[in-house]
Write a protein that binds this ligand. Sequence first.
Ligand SMILES: [Fe+2]
Ligand SMILES: [Fe+2]
Length: 313
Amino acid sequence: MLGVMDSFQATIDADGRIEPRDAMPEGYRKTLIRQIAQHAHSEIIGMQPEGNWISRAPSLRRKAILMAKVQDEAGHGLYLYAAAETLGVDRADLLDLLHAGKQKYSSIFNYPTLTWADIGAIGWLVDGAAIVNQVPLCRCSYGPYARAMVRVCKEESFHQRQGFEILHTLCNGTPAQKEMAQDALNRWWWPSLMMFGPPDASSTHSEQSMAWGIKRHSNDELRQRFVDMTVPQADVLGIRVPDDELTYDEATGRYSFTQPDFAELYEVVKGNGPCNQERLAHRVKAHEDGAWVREAAAAYAEKQAKKMQGSAA
Ligand SMILES: [Fe+2]
Ligand SMILES: [Fe+2]
């Protein structure tokens, strides 16, 4: 007779999907909770650097688009917390862990948004990197996570285009506007490359995640894909990727490029980035300010449940 873990392995080997009620190794469950929670936290913390510009967007059209984009990120957080809950955790506990600094979010959101061009750069580069990371997750072995990613990726593709369009407008504007776009690319390029995580040689979780079908490509492979996709887009914009070593290899059709400073990545992950404290403090305050909404929703749910009981009796 097959053991329960044999059926898990058979599903993984056949490239099938693991569903919430299926047996799974504890390590698989824990890895997914950690990854999905970190992903969910990134979506909601990621609302901050852009939310910062909603009131200063240069036109009503830009404001409406940016509000829709930031709202989408809240929605991504929602799908992902719901996906994590299928693994037997409670989102309230995950938020507590985030607020206590015990769970992480993407290091990229610890950088400041200094100019309007940064909003373009975030959409183009950060959402662009998110797409490269997340498209393979649509085939992740855990069903609820994979399905959440399908919808998330469609929306990320809109986000990437809106960012590119902001920069395209600036790059075809005055010299000062183009300069602003170049400055944003200079500052966001390296942190964007860091979004793919440490180099393969020093990536601690990768191997097991690949064996479990959670991760489909290595960090370095995804980083390479991002560079290959993005450099020609910078050419269209007429701005320059700030890498003197960047060269195109005709034979492979790929770019060779300078690796980002991973020491900086480790510092930001440890909590020492330019905005770590500000982001977390803002998140905790938003959570506390929203306590009355959660209490009201719980009271309403309780009242509804009593009504249902009353009518059933
Ligand atoms: Fe998102
Ligand atoms: Fe996005």
